[in-house]
Design a protein around this ligand. Sequence first.
Ligand code: ADP
Ligand code: MG
Length: 912
Amino acid sequence: MASGGGIYRNGTHRNSLKGTTTTSTASTDRPFSLNSDPSKPAVKIKSSSLVGSSSGSRKSSPGSLGGGAAKDDAGVPGRVRVAVRLRPRNAEESVADADFADCVELQQELKRLKLRKNNWDTDTYEFDEVLTEFASQKRVYEVVAKPVVEGVLNGYNGTIMAYGQTGTGKTYTLGRLGEEDTANRGIMVRAMEDILAEVSPERDTVSVSYLQLYMESLQDLLDPTKDNISIIEDHKSGDVSLPGATVVEIRDQQSFLELLRLGEAHRHAANTKLNTESSRSHALLMVHVKRSVKGRESAHSSENSNNTSMSKSLRPPLVRKGKLVVVDLAGSERIDKSGIEGHTREEAKSINLSLSALGKCINALAENSAHVPVRDSKLTRLLRDSFGGTARTSLVITIGPSPRHRGETASTIMFGQRAMKVENMLKLKEEFDYKSLARRLDIQLDNLIMEHERKEKEFEAEIGRITTDVQNRISEAERNYADAMEKERLKYQKDYMESIKKLEEKWMMNQQNQGSERQEQMVHTAEEVAELNKLLSKETSLRKAAEDEVNNLKSQLAQLKMSEASGNSEILKLRKMLEGEVSQKKKLEGEISILQSQLLHLSFESDKTRRRLDRGGAGNDTGGLDSLFSQVRPQLKDSGNGEKASVARLFEQVGLQKILSLLEAEDADVRIHAVKVVANLAAEETNQEKIVEAGGLKTLLTLLGSSEDETIRRVAAGALANLAMNETNQELIMSQGGISLLSMTATNAKDPQTLRMVAGALANLCGNDKLQTKLSGEGGLKALLGIVKCGHPDVLAQVARGIANFAKCESRASTQGNKSGRSLLIEDRALPWIVQHSNSDASPIRRHVELALCHLAQHEVNAKDMINEGALWELIRISQDCPREDIRTLAHRSLTSSPTFIAEMRQLQIDY
Ligand code: ADP
Ligand code: MG
C-alpha cells in the first residue's frame, strides 16, 4: 500500500492527451504478456481496430481471468471474459428452500455450471471462470479484476462489470469496503490497493471520479449538485471524457475509502430524493492512472541509452495513461418487472435502454460485427473507450442459488454466455438440409408411387388380355379336335358297316350256287377274293390317313398347350416384377419413417435453437441468448413458456399418436429417434398427461422390457423418470410392473447413464407417500441399492436422492401415525451405504444422505440399528459441521430427544 500523506484534492480533471500520447505508441509494438506469470508465452499485440473509433493508440490484447491460462492464451482479442459467481444461501433461503436443491451446481475445475431443469436433468454451460459460493473475495479479485488492473497500469483501458439480479452480490463483489473484516474487501478497494502499490507518488498520478447513471442522466456522486454531466468524445483519439465531473486525486488508500463512503452516501441521498433505490441505477467508478515512463521500462529506453544527455532533455516526458472503469450495473430483473411493479414507463424504458444497448454492443463485438451501436445509450458511450477492441473487459455475472429465481438466473446465465463469443449456426443449417432432403424424398416417393400404380394397372390389363387370348385359342383347338374325331369315327363306322353287308350278301349267293356251278363258282370266288383284298387294302390306307389326321391334330394341340405354358411364364415374370416393386415401396416407406422421425427430432431441436435465436442470435447448444431481448418480450419471458409453445407446435405438426406409433417401428433407428422425442416431450409437465392417455407409458414399459438396444432402454428409462415426477403416473408405473422392469434394466445396464435414468425414476417413485410399502415389497429399494455398485457420482446422487425422498415420506407417515415399526430402509439394508456416504466428497450425494439420516433419526424405533451401524457418529458430525442450518438443527434435535442416543452417548462418555 502506498504511504501517501492522506490528502486528496478536488478539481476538474483535464482529459486532453495532446502532447502526451506518444506513450501509447511506445507500448504498441512491445510484446505484452497476457498473464502476470512471466513463464507463460507472451503474445505480440496486434493492431486491431477500435470499437467504433478511429484511434490506434491503444491496442487490445486478450484479457485473462487468470487461472485458466492455456485456454485464455488462445482467446479472441478483445473478447469479454466472463466469470460466474454464486451467492451462498441467505437466511431466508435456508428456511424457505430447505427441502430443495439449489438451482445450479458449479464444477469449478471444469469451469462449468449446471442449471437444473428438473429433478434429474440439467443444462451445462462453460465460463471462463466459475466461482462457487465458497470463493473468497481475494480469489474473485484475482481471477476477475487483477489482469484488467495490470493492463491499466501498463497504459491500457479496462472495464470490470457486474451483472445480475438484485440481491445476488454485484455490490458485494465490487463495492464492499471490508471495514468490519478486511477479508471482505471488494474489487474496487483491492484494485486501488494494487494501483497505489505500483505507482510512484512523486511522478505518477491516480485520480478518481464516481458517478451514477439513472434514467439516462449522469449524476456526480462526489458532488450532488452536478446532476446532468455530459459525455464528450474525442473523435480523433477515441477518448471519452467527462469535463463536468469531479475528479479527485488519490494519494493513499484511506482517502480512497473516504471517497467511496462519500459517494455511497450521496448515492443514497440522491436515490431517496428521486424516490428510487440503488438497484435501478448503474454506479460507475472511474480510475485514471497516469504514469511517467521515463527511466522505467520504456520501450525506447534501452535503445536510446547511448543518447547524449542533451537529446534526452529535449525529448518530452513519456506518460502512460490507463483508465479503469468499474461498473455496478442495475439489477437485471428490473427489465422484466418494470411493467408489473408499476414503474413509470419512462424509467422502464431508460433502464431497458442502457442495459439492452450494452447487450447489443457485447453481441456486436462478439460477432465481429462491422457496426457496434455504442451511441445508443449513455452507458455504452461512456464505456466506448473502455471495453471491446481497445481494452480488457471482465464481466462477472452474479446469481443466487434459490430454485424460486430459476428464471432470473437462467436469463443472467444467457447474458453471460452471449458475452462470451460463441458461434453455433451449424445445427440450424443441418436442420435446414434435412428438411429439404425430406421434402425432396417425399416428392420422389410420390412420383414413384404414382408410376408404380400406373405400371401395376398396365400389367394387370396385359395379363388379362394374354389369358383370355390363350384360353380362346385352347378352347378353339379342343373344339376342332373333337369335331374332326367325331367326323372320322362316323365315316369309318359307315364304311365298315357297308363292307360287312356286302360280304354277307356274297356269302349267301355263294351258298345257293354250290354244286351245279362249282367250277364257275371257284373262278368267281377267286375273283371275289381278289376284289375283297383290293377293298381291304383301300380300307387300310383310308384308316392310315385318318390316323395321320389324328396325329396332326394331336401335335396341333400340343403346340397350343406349349403356347399356353409360355403365356403362364410371362405372367410369372410380371408377378415377380410386381413383387419387386412392392418391396421397393416398402423400403422407401421405411426410409420415409426414419426421415420423419429424424425430422421430428430435428424440428424439436430446431425449435429449441430457434427459440434461442429468437432471443438473441447464434449461441452454443446451451443457447447464447440475448437475455435483454428475452426479458423485454413477454411471450419469451422464461424458457418454460417457449418450450411449451414449441412442444404444442410439435404436437400440432406431427401428432402424439404418430410419435408413439414410431416407438414400435421395425427400424431400430426410427425407434431410437422416436423414444428420444418422447423423452423430450415427457420432460414437460403439460405433455405428461397426454403421453399417458395416449398409451405412451405402457409402450415405454414394454420397450424397457423387450428392447435389445441399450440406448432405447436408457432413453425409455429417462422418459419414465420424467413421467414419474407426477403422482398419478407413479401409481400407474408401479401397477404396470415398473419396478421389476426398472430393476431388470439396471441389472442388464452397461452404460452408467442408463443407471442414472433408472435411479432417477426409482428416486421419483420413492417420493410417493402411498407407495412406500409396495415399493419396498416389490424390491424397489433393493434395486436402488444394487445400482450403487456402478460408483459413478451422478448415479450415486440419484440413489441418494431416492433414499432421502423415501426417508422423508416415511418420517412424515410415522409422525402422522400412519406407520409403525422400523424403517423399511433399515429392513432393506440401506443403512450401511447411507452411513458410508453421509460424508461423501460429492456435495449432492452428501446433502441427500445427510437429510435421510436425520429423517431416520427422528424415530426412536430406528435408533438401536442406527447406533449399531455407526450412524451416531455421523449424526454428531452433521449436527456440528453441516453447512445447512436446517439439517444441523434436525440432527441436533434427534440427538437431544432420543433416549437411546442419549444413553449411548452417556455410555461412550460423549459430552454432547
Ligand atoms: P446486489 O448488489 O446484486 O443487489 P448485494 O451485493 O447487495 O447484491 O448482495 C445482497 C446480499 O447478499 C447482501 O446482504 C450481501 O452481503 C450478501 N452477499 C452477496 N454476495 C455474497 C457472498 N459471496 N458471500 C456472502 N454474502 C453475500
Ligand atoms: Mg447492488
